[in-house]
Design a protein around this ligand. Structure first.
Ligand SMILES: Nc1ncnc2c1ncn2[C@@H]1O[C@H](COP(=O)(O)OP(=O)(O)OP(=O)(O)O)[C@@H](O)[C@H]1O
Length: 350
């Protein structure tokens, strides 16, 4: 649906060059919710604005539904943009117009026949849950209601893609949840492809199918949300995830655990139903290893449970290896990288 190919973007600020995007390659499939996360200045907004060419790349290709947008003339580009809605952190509403006119304005600008406008606005307000607010002005709406108007405006021209630029960053956690629910709802009902940028992992975990992590203009890690959450590879990804679950082991703890002879710390990720499997009982009884849970947490990814356990296992070296091998088959992901000594590398390689 959306393909960003070898995208680079350099801004010239006076004599300084700012490399906002460096060799970005991303594919977003039809109907999915794709999240981009990164700290401030990572390049998220610039990347989002590439998708409707509000920002032109210095080099690279932007393909939407198989069309390279950089080859289109003004009129063709306008037509593509009609099918790409966008919502913003600051809502971007017209303060002097009521809710009805805020939405109707988009239809008028796009020359939708006058007689169709009333019904279309009514449908949109119903979809976003604002059917009783048509006559209100933005100043009299809550942040969440303002964003709902923003969403209705973005959906006015029946887009196939919705871009969300930090759409919930100005909202409190409860209102954020209600807006995320609405995005999930319209993704499902309308089959809309959604690309959102955020600096909150919570937003990613509640809504996204896949995620890309950005740092200094680069995508440093990307994959399905379940894979990235169960096995984050980069330090930045881990630090974002720490807000959801903190599985760091303190140095004090490590010192203590190192004293217990042959042992490893395993990071186990359980997905869905397998979270209920009694794997630790199995390895204790079958391989005579001693297990000790160091950390346990459960988080829900779009409703699917992901359990993370840090387990210290000790015992005879040969038994430990068999136990680890059993776990690798039994749970979603096993990481032996939280080393107590150098042996973890050998075990990881097996
Ligand atoms: N129009 C511009 N002119 C010059 N530099 C720019 C411009 N837009 C963005 N930049 C620079 O490009 C880099 C990436 O900015 P961008 O706004 O894309 O990051 P971001 O991840 O969206 O940050 P934030 O979360 O703070 O919005 C930053 O260093 C920024 O200063």
């Amino acid at each position: 649906m959306i393909e960003l190919k070898n995208i680079n973007k350099t801004f010239n600020v006076g004599k300084t060059k700012v490399e906002a995007l460096k060799n970005i390659n991303l594919n977003v499939s039809e109907g999915e919710i794709f999240g981009v996360i990164g700290f401030s200045g990572a390049g998220k907004s610039t990347l989002l604005r590439m998708i409707n060419l509000l920002e032109k790349p210095t080099s690279g290709e932007v393909n939407v539904k198989g069309k390279n947008l950089l080859t289109l003339n003004e009129r063709e580009l306008r037509n593509v943009r009609k099918k790409i809605g966008i919502i913003f952190q600051q809502f971007n509403l017209l303060a002097s117009r009521n809710v009805f006119d805020n939405v109707a304005e988009i239809l008028r600008m796009n020359h939708v026949p006058k007689k169709e406008i009333g019904q279309k606005v009514e449908e949109l307000l119903l979809l976003v849950g604002l059917e009783d607010k048509a006559n209100q002005y933005p100043a009299n709406l809550s942040g969440g209601q303002k964003q709902r108007v923003g969403i209705a405006r973005a959906l006015a021209m029946d887009p196939e893609i919705l871009l969300c630029d930090e759409a919930t960053s100005a909202l409190d956690p409860q209102t954020t949840d209600s807006i995320l629910e609405l995005l999930l709802d319209i993704n499902k009902k309308l089959g809309l492809t959604i690309v959102l940028i955020t600096h909150e992992m919570d937003v990613i975990k509640k809504t996204c199918d896949r995620v890309a992590v950005m740092e200094n203009g680069e995508v440093i890690e990307q994959g399905t949300v379940i894979d990235v959450f169960s096995n984050p590879l980069e330090a930045t990804t881990k630090s974002f995830l720490r807000n959801l679950y903190d599985d760091t082991i303190t140095e004090d703890m490590l010192v203590k655990l190192r004293e217990s002879g042959h042992s490893y710390i395993l990071r186990l990720a359980f997905r869905g139903e397998s979270a209920l499997d009694p794997v630790l009982n199995v390895i204790s009884s079958r391989y005579s290893v001693i297990t000790n849970i160091v950390h346990g947490s459960i988080t829900y990814l779009k409703g699917t449970p992901l359990g993370i356990l840090l387990v210290h296992i000790s015992g005879d070296e040969a038994n430990l290896k068999q136990a680890i091998s059993y776990l690798k088959d039994a749970v979603y992901h096993v990481d032996v990288s939280l080393e107590l000594d150098e042996r973890h590398k050998e075990v990881l390689a097996q």
